[in-house]
Design a protein around this ligand. Structure first.
Ligand SMILES: C[C@H](O)CC(=O)C(=O)O
Ligand SMILES: [Mn+2]
Length: 333
């Protein structure tokens, strides 16, 4: 019995921090540990979802279908989820993921664009997947808009709607406001996905649960875009202390975080000057590595790039703007 479902995103959001370099052996060892710990669903895909491997978003070292298949092969308890952003991934990608054993799909759109997900959510239900809509950059819309968009997801067949704090910008009371509004106006379950750019991932996750969210994302050692996500092993411990059942064994989840994930991380998952600025300026967390690259290439301060990206209200899919902004800052020097 699970009061709250903790979905682990180490093998998807963590792929941003790993520069999409996961190998089959790495995925197998993480999947084995998550399965042993009793995680219900964990996500495996390119960081930007199915079909994300590209020059724009970063090339994957290994075909994600091979990684999904390897993860599925390690599972007796856990089920594999995939993320799909319509336009980056296509319906065929979802069918392929199902053919290698995926059991859940999270269809992600910008917070004001749920209408582009109708076909993908329909297909996901037809394929028998647990199906969720994932509203990214949720800080960019007020509760009225979020309710409207969640209702669209629900009308297409989504069983869960996630409020996704892609920029790690939201403050706890703003999370409460959004989740509470959804609880009042939609009947599907509500999920929450945090980024730790302002060091608020855990506080925001607890605010979401208190307001009624029943699906929560976490990642081992917090591995994820920007400053990473809510740390899976920490939220399991905290929920245990709150007597909220997750069905996950604490020692086993700590073991996979410490013994398996930590040694393979390319760099510590920390709140750096730049990832903090993403939370401050409201910038999509997966822009971090691109911003570091652009800052070096044009010899400008990463923070200036991020502030300008926030001011221009850039969203996922506009990675090319990072270089344009860096170039324009350079030109004014
Ligand atoms: C594709 C993004 O990385 C999805 C996500 O995890 C977020 O918006 O946050
Ligand atoms: Mn994320």
């Amino acid at each position: 019995m699970r009061d709250v479902h903790v979905l682990d995103v180490t093998l998807r959001d963590g792929s941003h921090s790993m520069q999409h370099s996961y190998t089959e052996a790495q995925v197998r060892s993480v999947a084995r540990g998550l399965n042993k710990a009793g995680i219900e669903y964990f996500e495996v895909s390119h960081g930007d979802g199915l079909g994300g491997s590209s020059l724009q978003y970063g090339l994957s070292a290994v075909d994600e279908l091979k990684l999904i298949e390897a993860a599925v092969d390690e599972c007796s308890v856990s089920k594999v989820a995939v993320l799909l952003i319509p336009g980056i991934g296509v319906k065929g990608d979802l069918q392929n993921a199902v053919s290698v054993g995926a059991k859940m799909a999270r269809v992600a759109t910008h917070v004001t664009e749920a209408d582009v997900a109708a076909q993908h959510i329909n297909l996901s239900r037809e394929l028998g997947l647990k199906t969720a809509g994932f509203l990214m950059m949720a800080h960019m819309a007020d509760t009225k808009v979020i309710i409207e968009q969640a209702k669209l997801f629900e009308s297409y067949g989504a069983e869960i709607v996630y409020v996704t704090d892609s920029a790690g910008y939201l403050l706890p009371h703003e999370v409460t406001e959004r989740i509470r509004a959804l609880k009042e106006h939609v009947s599907c379950e509500i999920g929450f996905h945090a980024h730790n750019n302002l060091s608020l991932a855990m506080a925001n996750t607890l605010a979401a649960i208190e307001a009624g969210a029943t699906y929560i994302d976490g990642s081992l050692r917090a591995l994820g875009a920007g400053s990473g996500n809510t740390q899976t092993e920490a939220i399991i411990a905290v929920l245990d202390r709150l007597n909220i059942a997750t069905g996950v064994h604490l020692y086993d989840i700590i073991d996979v975080a410490n013994d398996v994930m930590a040694p393979m991380m390319l760099r510590p998952q920390e709140i750096s000057g730049s990832s903090l600025m993403m939370g401050y300026a409201g910038v999509y967390s997966s822009f971090l590595l691109h911003t570091e690259k652009a800052a070096k290439q044009f010899g400008v301060d990463e923070r200036d790039i991020l502030v300008e990206l926030g001011r221009r209200k850039t969203v996922g899919g506009q990675e090319d703007m990072i270089y344009e902004v860096a170039q324009s800052i350079r030109a004014t020097k």
